[in-house]
Design a protein around this ligand. Structure first.
Ligand code: NAD
Length: 503
């Protein structure tokens, strides 16, 4: 037996039409406490029929919800904000219990999600259309934004509260009904989310949760009653979701994986760069799509930078996320921990230098821990560089010049985030101009845009043409309608079979 199994397993159900609904497929998946390795729960896994029921309920709720006035929607979102604010620690504790991230980090996740709710409190302004008076004599033209209908969100394990908030908050504020399919690895935050939305006064059926795996995802992608799908997860699944969803006529935004580089120039403040690299590589055990996974050390910066990073590693406290002294928790599952650790074998086998081996510093016990790990002398051909490791393994690639650093970043198939550390404003400005990456940090290691900008990568980090949340999120969840209108003056009315013209 791998780990202790607690006697009383909690069951995580669907949420349909304003109430928890037991699963009927007969299939379930295990949920673990990654810090102990013990199974703590069982999540029901939906069949296509259960998804179909949620779509019917959402479709019915949509007809009333879309007609709810903007001021009432704004009022409701202020109440939602207040309630989630009050319960931020309850949500964060669920994240720590099932994902493993330390509680302070979980609170940070909730905060970044709350900022998206705050943004959509301004929904009356965000949905303003355009108006052209007298486009032709006596004719006005205006555009209005309307919701799409029933829309779905499919989310990854690494942000079980925030990424769903990025989706449901703008989708619902825009007047859509929403179905969330959370990660089956840490599903409990979705239930608390549903309960809080109901308590805030959201009408039943506007927000629904279908727990599940590939069966539920495929049912969403093929269901004719779902108009749009937002997806966040790994690149192979993002590509699959985009191709399958669009083939079934849906609007799809699918955000994928990442390999985020942090380029350090010789003129940078190397202590500041080392602090940033350690924070951004090992925060949340490297399980962030915006984690720094490669430091690109340019020229003379390499030796002192690697030394400065190395010196900081013994101070990173790894432990149970509920221990307030812990800075880094476990990985999400045993399988994922073992996969991440495998790069500490393949890296040196392929020529990298293992500077810090997290297998030696991981806490004892059955938890899915791996300590902070550092590979130096990594080259672009190695697996440690090519794969998204998604764990606490930082690679250092040494390059002689800025131009080579830029080429390395631009040649990488991913384009989610990138950071440049320098004191040279001219180089920074050129970098921002030339780099083929969607989110850029200048002396900022994790450049997640604030809620009133939009989040998204380029290349294999995003499939679709709309980034998530912010103004592009409002665009994604609405379609525009242009109305051409005339209130005829009976005195000028006549028959005219010519093509309508404005001149
Ligand atoms: P994942 O792709 O394994 O799973 C994401 C979702 O897809 C889950 O809900 C899962 O149930 C579902 N899924 C998994 N396999 C499937 C399949 N074969 N068919 C259909 N659906 C399937 O991702 P994950 O491991 O949960 O999350 C980590 C990944 O997400 C990393 O690659 C990370 O970079 C990425 N991520 C990206 C962003 C971003 O904004 N670009 C943000 C967070 C996470």
């Amino acid at each position: 037996m791998n780990a202790a199994v607690t006697t009383e397993l909690k069951t995580i159900d669907h949420w349909i039409g304003g109430a928890a609904v037991a699963g009927t497929s007969g299939r379930t998946g295990p949920v673990y406490n990654p810090a102990t390795g013990a199974q703590t729960g069982e999540v029901v896994l939906a069949s296509a029929e259960e998804l179909d029921r949620a779509v019917s309920v959402a479709r019915e709720a949509f007809t009333t919800w879309r007609a709810t006035s903007l001021s009432k929607r704004a009022d409701l979102f202020f109440r939602i904000y207040a309630l989630f604010d009050e319960h931020r620690e309850d949500l964060a504790r669920l994240l720590t219990a099932e994902h493993g991230k330390v509680l302070s980090d979980a609170l940070g996740e909730v905060q970044r999600g709350l900022e998206v709710i705050e943004y959509v409190c301004g929904i009356p302004t965000l949905l303003k259309g355009g108006f052209s008076e007298q486009a032709a004599t006596g004719i006005d033209v205006y555009s209005i934004r309307q919701p799409l209908g029933v829309v779905a969100g499919i989310t990854p394990f690494n942000f079980p509260a925030m990424v769903p908030m990025w989706m449901w908050a703008p989708a619902i504020a825009c007047g859509n009904a929403f179905i969330l399919k959370p990660s089956e690895k840490d599903p409990s935050a979705s239930t608390l989310t549903a309960e809080l939305l109901k308590e805030a006064g959201l009408p039943d059926g506007v927000f629904n949760v279908i727990q599940g795996d590939k069966v539920a995802v495929d049912a969403i992608l093929e269901h004719p009653g779902i108009a749009a799908v937002s997806f966040v997860g790994s690149t192979p699944i993002a590509r699959y979701v985009y191709e399958t969803g669009t083939r079934h006529g849906k609007r799809v935004q699918a955000l994928g994986g990442a390999k985020n580089h942090m380029v350090v120039l010789p003129d940078a403040d190397l202590d500041m760069a080392a602090d940033a690299a350690v924070s951004a590589a090992y925060g949340s055990a490297g399980e962030r799509c915006m984690a720094v996974s490669v430091v690109v050390a340019v020229g003379d910066s390499a030796d002192p930078l690697v030394e400065a990073i190395k010196q900081r590693l013994p101070n990173v406290k790894v432990g149970d996320g509920f221990d307030p002294t812990s800075e880094m928790g476990p990985l999400v599952t045993r399988e994922h921990r073992d996969k991440v650790a495998s790069y500490l074998d393949s890296g040196p086998e392929q020529g990298a230098t293992l500077v810090a081996d997290g297998r030696e510093t991981a806490p004892d016990g059955d938890g899915f821990f791996l300590g902070v790990s550092l590979l130096d002398d990594v080259t672009p051909e190695m697996d440690a560089y090519r794969d998204e490791i998604f764990g606490p393994v930082l690679s250092v690639v040494r390059v002689p010049t800025y131009d080579e650093a830029l080429r390395l970043v631009n040649d990488n198939p991913y384009g989610n985030g990138v950071a440049l550390f320098t004191r040279d404003g001219g180089v920074a400005r050129a970098f921002q101009f030339d780099v083929n990456v969607g989110m850029v940090g200048i002396n900022v290691p994790i450049p997640v845009p604030v809620a009133y900008y939009s989040f998204g990568g380029w290349k294999s980090s995003l499939f679709g043409d709309r980034h998530i949340y912010g103004p592009e999120g409002i665009d994604f969840y609405t379609r525009t309608k242009a109305v051409t209108s005339r209130w005829p003056d009976p005195a000028t009315s006549k028959v005219d079979l010519g093509f309508p013209q404005t001149r």
